[in-house]
Design a protein around this ligand. Structure first.
Ligand SMILES: [Zn+2]
Length: 96
């Protein structure tokens, strides 16, 4: 049994906005590593679903969906899904 932790080198570059300061990014990367160890949630228990995650990704103002926001901070599976959604949206949008 080998862990795939070393295989996926997480840099945060495809995950977070590019205008973020390096310090913020490091914190978030540390958080991401931590949450995958602590709350991998492979069964997707209590996950709000793709539509609600996408709404959070697309939100331009404060997100009102408290359930989803709270859940995201305790679910690595949803964070991974949001990363995928963000990538898809970035591809769909014209580059600035
Ligand atoms: Zn979830």
């Amino acid at each position: 049994m080998t862990s795939d932790k070393t295989k996926t080198q997480f840099t945060g570059e495809d995950y977070f906005p590019p205008d973020m300061t390096p310090g913020e990014l490091e914190l978030l990367v540390a958080f991401d590593i931590w949450i995958h160890e602590k709350y991998p949630n492979p069964e997707r228990k209590g996950c709000p679903g793709r539509d609600r995650l996408e709404a959070v990704v697309r939100a331009k103002t404060r997100v009102e969906d408290e359930y989803t926001l709270k859940h995201m901070s305790l679910c690595a599976a949803c964070l991974d899904e949001m990363r995928a959604i963000r990538r898809e949206l970035a591809k769909a949008l014209p580059a600035k």
